[in-house]
Each structure stands twice: as structure tokens, then as C-alpha cells.
Design a protein around this ligand. Structure first.
Ligand SMILES: Nc1nc2c(ncn2[C@@H]2O[C@H](COP(=O)(O)OP(=O)(O)OP(=O)(O)O)[C@@H](O)[C@H]2O)c(=O)[nH]1
Ligand SMILES: [Mg+2]
Length: 297
């Protein structure tokens, strides 16, 4: 912007006697929403073992307890595999059936899942309420889809938890489907899980672009528009021309020359000629008016 503004103080004009009036910048109210950025979000029923898992694979230390909704806010943990490989894991409060309609705590946290590249869906193999793990997965995926269908397009792993305490029949059925099964208590399957997550994250980082278009704010275009008001009378609209005439004093010859230079620089004579302005036309820009002199040649 500064580059387009001719200098006020130059060799010919060492002490300018006029100044720009300044202008109000654009004003707007923005509601900003903070969303966690994580590579992997842990999604599961309350009490499924999400916090226990994150506390065994990262330095995050969320509260762990044997009742639902222990975790009330999301936690992030960095999982470091070697010096070159790490990813951010998010422990999200438990989701229950109806979370996408606002039941439980899920609704306000579903939005944190939105920013995760990969989903790790945990099914409790030792559910206190006796909810079948397959049913848990079904409900969780349905809730995610109800919130944002595109969440189901994210890469995901489905993992059974608490294998150390699972009923043999439940465990057998779960394992028969070839899905991951872990115990955050004994460590069974945890290393393999973390390794696979790192791999998927790496692939997802390479291919997944987070869409930030919602928060793009563009300045208004600078272009000039000519409106024909009547016989040889025109009005110019546009930020640049309005700014060019917004001087505190437009009566001094210096200021008028300055305005003339700036409007010429903005291509106003050409625009007026193209719009059919004849010599002597009255031109308005906001409250400022002047007579147009057609240029010869
Ligand atoms: N036996 C066994 N118990 C586990 C395992 N993982 C977690 N638990 C227990 O399950 C209970 C719930 O664990 P949390 O990690 O708090 O579960 P959560 O999914 O974070 O629960 P919310 O925060 O309430 O959603 C705790 O009593 C844990 O000790 C496991 O691998 N084996
Ligand atoms: Mg928790």
C-alpha cells in the first residue's frame, strides 16, 4: 500500500502543507474457536482406556479412574519413537451414543477430532456396562459421521483395549476379525500399535491438506468503478480513488496537483474516457467533485 502512495515530502515539496485524512480500517467481529491440532485422536467410549494409553506412550499425565467421564478436557501427548519420528496424540473425552446431538461431553469435543489426521478408535473389551465392543465401534463411527461425514474418510485404526482382563470368548471373537488388541497395563500390543500409527501419520501428513479456507480474510479489492450519473456527470467508486482525495485540505494548489497525480497514476483519465466522459464533465468521488479535462492526444 505504501508503495502506491506518492511521497508527500520530496525535493520539490520539502514541507507539505496538506496531509491525508487517514481512514478507518475495516472492522469486524470474529468468533475464534480454538481447535487442537493432533496427528492422532483417541476416540472411544468413556472408560475405554484412552487416558491410560496416552499416559503409557507419552509424557501426558491425564487423570485415570475407573468411572466414565474422568477426562473432561482434551489432552495432547507427544509420542516419540526415535529421533526422527514423532507424532502428537490427543486424548479426547469419551463419546457416547447421541454425542453428535449434544449428549454426554462428546459434542463439544467432537470438533477437536476434526483437526486430527488419523483416528484411533478404542473399543473397551471389558465394558462396565457390558456393551459389545463391535457395537461400540458401530456407535462411535455413527456419531462421527453424524457430526461430520468426512471424518469417516480419515485413515483409522480400530483397537480393542484391556486384553489382559478380557473374557476369553470376547477376546477370541475380537482377534478373529484381525483388529489390534492392546493392554495399556501390561503393554501387550502397544508398541506395534504405536509403530503402525506412526506409519499412517507419515502417509497422512504427506497427502492430507488441512482446509484453512474458512479463516481466510481478504482485503477489499482496490479496483475503481465508474458510475454514470447523468449527462456528462460521473461518480467514481473504489478505495484507491477515495483515499486519493481524502486530504485534510483540498484547496491548496499543491494538494490539487497531488490529487491529480494520484488519480492519473490510478488510471482515472483512461477509465473516464472509456466511460464516455467529455471535456468539462463533472466527476464526484465521495464529497469531492472536480471538472474533467480531456487530455489531448
Ligand atoms: N485391566 C486393564 N484396565 C485398564 C486398561 N486400560 C485402562 N484401564 C482401566 O480402565 C479405567 C478407565 O481408564 P481411563 O484411561 O481413565 O479411561 P478413559 O477412556 O480415559 O475414560 P474417560 O476419560 O472417562 O473417557 C481405569 O480404571 C484404568 O485403570 C488396561 O489395559 N487393562
Ligand atoms: Mg480419560
Amino acid at each position: 500500500m505504501a508503495a502506491a502512495t506518492p511521497d508527500f515530502c520530496r525535493n520539490k515539496r520539502r514541507a507539505p502543507k496538506f496531509a491525508e485524512q487517514g481512514e478507518h480500517g475495516p472492522e469486524r467481529w470474529l468468533t475464534l474457536e480454538l481447535k487442537l491440532m493432533a496427528d492422532v485422536a483417541l476416540v472411544g467410549y468413556p472408560n475405554a482406556g484412552k487416558s491410560t494409553l496416552i499416559s503409557t506412550v507419552s509424557a501426558a499425565k491425564p487423570k485415570i479412574a475407573n468411572y466414565p467421564f474422568t477426562t473432561l478436557e482434551p489432552h495432547l501427548g507427544v509420542v516419540r519413537i526415535d529421533s526422527a519420528t514423532e507424532f502428537v496424540l490427543a486424548d479426547i473425552p469419551g463419546l457416547i451414543e447421541g454425542a453428535s446431538d449434544g449428549r454426554g461431553l462428546g459434542h463439544q469435543f467432537l470438533r477437536h477430532i476434526e483437526r486430527a489426521r488419523v483416528l484411533c478408535v478404542l473399543a473397551d473389551l471389558v465394558s462396565m456396562e457390558g456393551i459389545d465392543p463391535d457395537h461400540q465401534v458401530e456407535v462411535l463411527l455413527r456419531e462421527l459421521a453424524a457430526y461430520r461425514p468426512e471424518l469417516l474418510e480419515r485413515p483409522r485404526l480400530i483397537v480393542g483395549t484391556k486384553v489382559d482382563a478380557a473374557e476369553p470368548a470376547v477376546l477370541e471373537r475380537w482377534k478373529a476379525s484381525g483388529r489390534h488388541a492392546i493392554s495399556a497395563v501390561t503393554g501387550a500390543g502397544v508398541r506395534e500399535l504405536v509403530g503402525e500409527l506412526a506409519q499412517i501419520v507419515q502417509e497422512a501428513r504427506a497427502s492430507y491438506v488441512i482446509d484453512d479456507s474458512e479463516i481466510t480474510i481478504r482485503p477489499e479489492p482496490e479496483g475503481t468503478r465508474v458510475e454514470k450519473l447523468g449527462d456528462n456527470e460521473f461518480r467514481l467508486h473504489g478505495r484507491s480513488v477515495e483515499r486519493a482525495v481524502a486530504l485534510n485540505d483540498v484547496t491548496s494548489p499543491d494538494a490539487l496537483n497531488y490529487i491529480d497525480d494520484r488519480l492519473t497514476g490510478l488510471g482515472v483519465p483512461r477509465l473516464l474516457a472509456r466511460a464516455g466522459a467529455q471535456d468539462g464533465a463533472t466527476i464526484h468521488i465521495k464529497e469531492f467533485s472536480f471538472i474533467y479535462t480531456a487530455q489531448v492526444g
